[in-house]
Design a protein around this ligand. Structure first.
Ligand SMILES: [Zn+2]
Length: 390
């Protein structure tokens, strides 16, 4: 009897490598079959400095790696720092947008710009990549009436501000000025509803996010945010906001930045960053950056599992229909191990399979949930402006 019991104990152990092999095969197939939407990438700022059509040794994004990873639709955020808010940010933002268009034109055999969810489906059908144009810090839109112009240029989703409070909203990482949204910020959201531009609450203060979620009549999104229950920092979402987003059919894209994912990393990062700022003043930028590069290696390690933990938390709290991916690639200085760039979504799928997620649920997280909200926004636009539906 003992021998039989021993055999039964050993069978799963012996089969484990086979099962792992099988999971990799499944992960591979899922990545190929699925529409992968990454709700936040800072590629436009990279495009100001260099081309990303060919392989590059640095950074998180280039076309060969994106195709290898199965990425269907990266959301390219037109980003301007709040430090330029008073200094013609529109000019800066339009320069970024021009680079995005030039990039799409140069690679038109394999890249297109997504003016609607249909273009994302088209890209998947044709083995191409669809760029979704979004915005991080809406200061370049000088007043709400200019939104129409940006919609015509392809804007699909926008965050009112970034690290600092601006004329539209209070930021999660700055002083409160408006008690949430400013009157102009509220006007922006009303116009976004009309034009089918999704309201993105990442970076907003809790009050601003709550008001934006309340005010929008489209599904609200947080394109690149983590869960505050794991790491109690202002930049992460509390359960109340996660529930509010879900209650209106919205989606939260999990940010891959280890500093947001893990309190241990955040604590160490604060120390390093403090020293970095001091060095900037005393020894100049070059030496300070060199110092930062060295110190980053000392940060505690974060892995794919930590991202999956966040996905699971949101799925358990409000359901799998409300969680997606918003890596923040090209905008973060550190990445989790195993998610170093756009070629590695497969590692995430493997880990989710290991955790027992169904293929149906994995596909929702990879892209179907964001596709759903883009579709709702497009239908709204076409209803209000039927001539645009062609
Ligand atoms: Zn951001």
């Amino acid at each position: 009897m003992r021998k039989i019991a021993l055999i039964f104990t050993l069978i799963p152990l012996l089969l484990a490598p086979l099962r792992a092999g099988n999971l990799w095969e499944r992960a591979d197939r899922i990545v190929k079959e699925t529409i992968i939407i990454d709700a936040h990438q800072d590629v436009p700022t990279t495009l100001l400095k260099e081309d990303v059509s060919q392989p590059r040794a640095k950074g998180h994004f280039d076309l060969p790696r994106a195709f290898l990873g199965g990425l269907t639709a990266p959301c390219f955020a037109i980003f301007t720092s709040n430090t330029y808010d008073e200094n013609h940010p529109a000019e800066f933002a339009l320069r970024e947008l021009a680079r995005v268009y030039e990039f799409a034109l140069k690679n038109r055999d394999r890249v297109l710009i997504a003016y609607s969810y249909r273009d994302i489906l088209k890209a998947k059908r044709e083995g191409k990549m669809a760029i979704v144009i979004t915005m991080e810090n809406s200061s370049p839109i000088e007043n709400p009436s200019q939104l129409l112009l940006w919609k015509k240029l392809g804007l699909r989703m926008a965050i009112l501000t970034h690290m600092s409070t601006n004329k539209y909203a209070d930021s999660a990482t700055d002083q409160e000025k408006w008690g949430g949204l400013s009157p102009q910020g509220k006007e922006m959201i009303k116009r976004m509803n009309l034009l089918g531009i999704l309201v993105d609450v990442s970076h907003l203060s809790d009050k601003a996010a709550a008001q934006a979620i309340e005010l929008t009549t489209l599904p609200p999104v947080a394109s690149h945010s983590c869960v505050r229950a794991f790491n109690p920092i202002a930049r992460n979402l509390p359960d109340s906001l996660i529930k509010a987003i879900a209650s209106k059919g919205g989606v939260i894209g999990i940010n891959f930045f280890p500093v947001y994912l893990s309190p241990k990393v955040y604590k160490k990062w604060q120390e390093i960053y403090g020293e970095f700022r001091k060095k900037m003043k005393s020894e100049g930028r070059e030496k300070a950056v060199e110092f930062l590069k060295g110190k980053v290696k000392e940060l505690p390690t974060v892995g794919v599992k930590d991202v999956v933990k966040q996905i699971k938390y949101i799925a358990d709290l409000v359901g799998i229909d409300h969680v997606g991916l918003g890596s923040d690639f090209e905008g973060i200085s550190v990445t989790p191990r195993g998610l170093e760039d756009v070629s590695m979504y497969k590692n995430l799928v493997y880990e989710m399979l290991k955790e027992g997620f169904s293929e149906e649920d994995i596909k929702k997280v990879l892209g179907e949930n964001f596709l759903r909200v883009f579709r709702v926004a497009d239908k709204r636009y076409w209803k209000n402006f039927p001539q645009m539906a062609k």
